[in-house]
Design a protein around this ligand. Structure first.
Ligand code: N01
Length: 545
């Protein structure tokens, strides 16, 4: 199938350019089509799928239950798609995305293998001039950056990688062809969610596996399993109500909120609650037990110690168990990991843990990895070292707004925008799942729909009223930044040196990058702004229109 759309030219502009053909970009395309707008989606990858295209490392799997982590916009789609497992694997999610693209005929407006490199705003015409790495240029009234919140792999910054004579992989850019570790000596660097998911699966195949850990994670068991026909049927029967409850929920998943403090419960009661949460296999199970886990250090420590006790009970070698205990940040102030067999993997005789806090990596050598005390020989090295989260994919594009200002300069001390959607001085440019929105703190399948729908309604409003430009007002933007920071300050999130705060990327400004007030409150705020005629935004019409 030739999926290359007729090339638009400056003489034949499109209404909207969407950057990225992952879950957000594809839904944005679908919605804009319903408005009758010409929309072009540019996708850097060789195929659609976004996160689920790139992150095809062994063990990659969603940490939100599959029947919740899916689009809700089509009741027919909800009924016809059948998930096979409680937590869908990367291949199954990619199949789902392909199914959606085919079912809604989305591919014909997606241009693959094309990275948007530059976008310059034309202040007189209220349009963007967009350039790509294939030499295409397009003029569009609007841009939607659906380029992903975790899509720019972080440079691990370890010297010598070029000299390594074995194979090197990054979990976030895994090859499409099969990779075999059979008979190989494999290193994994990094123990965040990607490493935690990959390590047990790589250990199944590799001759030996050495894990290089700098900071231990809190990893919770997924208790993944095939979905039963009866539970699928039961949820499908009430999918409309379930979807509505998701939309109105705090984090995009449905549960009864806790009512009591962890510190008011006695130890037996608390332990029973934590045991039940551990057995629930839910990423947020422990957070749902009491109201103050994320706001009170002492309450948080009761959960942290519970997880540590689990690690001690699973890992048979006490010295290894001790190294795996997370102690340097409160529970859930970095995203916890959902795993299958992570801690038990360290009981296998061919798996070794290297503690980088006592023996840091000095360099990668032609034969392997040299730490301060030893040169370890490997056939393959896997970087599971994370992302330049939330801002990386946007700042990778050279975005030039009003007065020749660049987004990179404006965001040098941290991102600034209004409602997490539009940055003042960069009109008609919307972001989905970007900084200062609920994004990574929620089930993104629900968050992205909320933002895409808001953006679509906003564009429809502008067109209905003959308006050609929407920009954030600086004062409203500044207030939003203060509010996002204040909400984060009421939580324990700032206590961790996490990617939520930009702390994992050298030179990146440290500030809490997400709106922690809940998707429900965020939705209300966004809806109120729209209802009021877009308070906090300046709307105008180009004189040439
Ligand atoms: O990345 P991370 P990730 N030398 O940044 C270490 C989502 N996700 O790809 O903490 C040695 O969390 C680093 O150590 P430290 C999810 O939101 C979801 O694992 O900086 N080590 C850390 O251990 C998640 O939170 C799923 O001290 C180095 C690790 O690498 C987010 O993506 C699955 C290093 C990076 O962990 C990111 O997860 C996977 C160096 N130079 C991911 N540089 C789902 O289940 C970094 N590290 C949906």
């Amino acid at each position: 199938m030739d999926n290359t759309p007729v090339p638009p030219s400056p003489a034949h502009p499109v209404d909207v350019v969407v950057v990225g053909a992952g879950l957000s970009g594809l839904y944005q395309l679908h919605r804009l089509r319903e408005l009758g707008l010409t929309t072009l989606v540019f996708e850097a990858g060789e195929d659609i799928g976004g996160t689920w295209y790139w992150n095809r490392y062994p063990g990659a799997r969603c940490d939100v239950e599959s029947m919740s982590y899916s689009y809700s916009f089509s009741p027919e789609l909800d009924q016809e798609w059948e998930w096979s497992e409680r937590y869908a694997s990367q291949p199954e999610i990619l199949r789902y995305i392909h199914h959606v693209a085919d079912r809604f005929d989305l591919r014909r407006d997606v241009t693959l293998r094309t990275r948007v490199t530059r976008a310059v705003y034309d202040e007189a015409g209220h349009v963007w001039q967009i350039s790509t790495d294939t030499g295409r240029t397009v003029t569009a009234r609007f841009i939607v950056l659906a380029s992903g919140c975790m899509s720019m792999p972080k440079d691990p910054g370890i010297p010598g990688a070029d000299s390594f004579t074995g194979a090197i992989f990054h979990t976030a850019g895994w090859p499409r062809e099969d990779v075999s570790f059979a008979g190989k000596r494999v290193a994994v660097i990094g123990t965040g969610c990607s490493g935690v998911q990959a390590i047990p699966v790589i250990a199944e195949e590799a001759a030996s596996l050495t894990v290089f850990q700098r900071t231990p994670a809190y990893a919770l068991p997924a208790h993944n399993r095939p979905l039963r026909g009866t539970e699928i049927a039961e949820l499908k029967a009430r999918y409309p109500e379930f979807r509505q409850a998701q939309r109105l929920s705090r984090g995009g998943t449905v549960f009864d909120p806790p009512t009591g403090s962890a510190l008011e419960a006695d130890e037996a009661e608390r332990t029973a609650a934590y045991e039940a949460a551990w057995e629930s296999g839910l990423l947020s199970g422990l957070l749902r037990t009491y109201t103050d886990i994320l706001t009170d250090e002492k309450a948080n420590e009761t959960v942290a110690e519970f997880v540590r006790s689990k690690i001690r009970s699973i890992v048979t070698d006490p010295a290894t168990a001790e190294l795996l205990l997370p102690r340097t940040f409160p529970f859930a102030t970095k995203r916890p990991c959902l795993d299958t067999g992570y801690y038990a993997t360290y009981n296998r005789p061919h798996v070794t843990l290297v503690d980088l806090r006592t023996t840091p990596i000095e360099t990668i050598t032609p034969r392997g990895i040299r730490t301060s005390d030893w040169e370890h020989g490997f056939d393959a090295i896997v970087f599971a070292t994370g992302f330049d989260a939330l801002t990386g994919s946007q700042l990778a594009i050279d975005i030039v707004g009003k007065g020749g200002a660049t987004l990179r300069d404006k965001w040098a001390d941290g991102p600034q925008n209004y409602l997490g959607l539009v940055s003042a001085g960069f009109p008609n440019l919307f972001t989905v799942l970007g900084p200062l929105s609920p994004s990574v703190l929620t089930n993104i399948a629900v968050s992205l729909e909320q933002q895409v729908e808001w953006i679509t309604d906003c564009i429809a409003h502008l067109r209905r009223n003959g308006l050609t430009e929407i920009d954030a007002v600086s004062g409203a933007e500044a207030d939003w930044g203060v509010r996002v920071a204040e909400i984060a300050a009421r939580t324990l999130y700032p206590a961790a040196e996490s990617w939520y705060r930009g702390a994992n990327v050298p030179g990146k400004a440290h500030m809490f990058l997400a709106y922690a007030g809940g998707l429900d409150r965020y939705r209300e705020e966004c809806d109120a702004v729209a209802r009021s005629g877009y308070t906090g935004f300046a709307l105008s019409t180009a004189s040439s229109s």
